[in-house]
Design a protein around this ligand. Structure first.
Ligand SMILES: Cc1ncc(COP(=O)(O)O)c(C=O)c1O
Length: 370
């Protein structure tokens, strides 16, 4: 493969000394779970995002789920989610016992279309989860206005948006709470699973802290029906190192994205990502659209270029929801269905070379037009 979609090892090699030192610090400490490194990471990540609290958890799925539970959302409730997202957004809702209600997305950004929110509202609606998909902020102001008018909680799914900004405001500060993932390939990724909730709400942070640890505040006193979703000390120590480099890596991603945008526009390629003037994306993914996506992907494989599809199947059409009320509802999500058929993620990452972008673009340019 000439250009892989993503390489993780260069990150380790770039920071080898710092990461190895963190590893030895933790191993020598004799304390491996929920200790000083997690405390310090929570403080540092909250400061970076700009919230009063950060609660580290085991993964991004649990971050969404525990934020919902901390707000009292559960069986009988409905939560509005975008029709096109990684399935975790939906499963997190289902796992609380609430029902995810899909809303169609904008063609340009694949993010939730705020103008369609009222069609998804019912007397059971309790929350909205906008997703900042591909690292591009959702249009939060109209979502907020709607939430305020109907007394709904807003939980951002910021799993792909570490450092992204909406109207100069950081993603992760834009709702009642936000959920992050530190899956290794994320802009801020651990070397295993990890996640976090950010919020200004002290009571929600306290509940989330209990919920991640068997509902306990005091050892062996279990006041809430919690789960086990704890970040370990090693991952927290690695994340502390990587957090210091996040802005530089996001800048490099932005530079590569600009290269893609200008080089693809130069030959009038139509399906380039659209960035609103209020959006400062962090380019977790660089996603193009093409009406003959599968043929283009195959063409790129022949040229040694790896791509991925984020995501080919909408959550409500996935096997996970087959034969359930959600799967059987068969609501039409016209734009999301088109997006799922057309999207193609090109290689991007802080260690991708500018030459690789040129190679990818020239391979796309050589794809025969109809
Ligand atoms: C949009 C979105 N939401 C939620 C998640 C769940 O995160 P995790 O894989 O850490 O559970 C992911 C990550 O894969 C994601 O991309």
């Amino acid at each position: 493969m000439r250009v892989p979609i993503l390489e993780l090892k260069p990150t380790y090699l770039e920071l080898k000394d710092e990461l190895d030192a963190a590893y030895h610090r933790v191993m020598d400490s004799g304390w491996y779970l929920m200790g000083r490194e997690v405390d310090a990471f929570e403080e540092e990540f909250a400061a970076y995002i700009g919230t009063k609290h950060c609660v580290a958890v085991g993964n991004g799925l649990d971050a969404i789920r525990l934020a919902l539970v901390a707000y009292g959302i559960g069986p009988g409730d409905e939560v509005i989610v975008p029709a096109h997202t990684f399935i975790a957004t939906w499963l997190a809702v289902s796992q609380t016992g609430a029902t995810p209600i899909g809303v169609d997305v904008c063609l340009d950004t694949a993010n939730l279309d705020p103008s369609l929110l009222s069609g998804a509202l019912s007397s059971r609606t309790k929350a909205i989860i906008p997703v900042h998909l591909y690292g591009q902020p959702a249009d939060m102001d109209p979502i907020h206005d709607f939430a305020k008018a109907h007394n709904l909680i807003v939980i951002e799914d910021a799993a792909q948006a570490h450092g992204a900004r909406y109207k100069e405001r950081m993603c992760g500060t834009l709702g009642h709470a936000a959920a992050f993932s530190f899956y290794p390939g994320k802009n801020l990724g651990a070397f295993s699973d990890g996640g976090a909730i950010t919020t200004d709400d002290a009571e929600v942070a306290r509940k989330a802290r209990m919920l991640r640890n068997y509902g306990s505040e005091t050892r062996y006193y279990h006041d809430l029906p919690g789960i086990n979703s704890r970040l370990d000390e090693l991952q927290a120590s690695f994340l502390r190192v990587k957090l210091r480099h996040l802005d530089a890596w996001n800048s490099r991603r932005a530079e590569l994205a600009q290269n893609y945008l200008s080089q693809l526009s130069a030959f009038n390629f139509e399906g380039i990502p659209v960035v609103s003037e209020w959006s400062q994306p962090v380019w977790h993914l660089f996603v193009i659209r093409h009406p003959r996506r599968d043929a283009l992907q195959q063409h790129l494989v022949y040229q040694g270029i790896q791509t991925l599809i984020h995501y080919p199947i909408l959550p409500h059409l996935s096997g996970a929801y087959a034969n359930t009320e959600i799967g059987n509802r068969k609501v039409e999500m016209r734009i999301a269905e088109q997006v799922a058929k057309e999207v193609l993620s090109l290689p991007i990452g802080p260690h991708l070379s500018s030459q690789s972008v040129i190679d990818v673009v020239s391979a796309i340019q050589s794809f025969p037009r109809d």
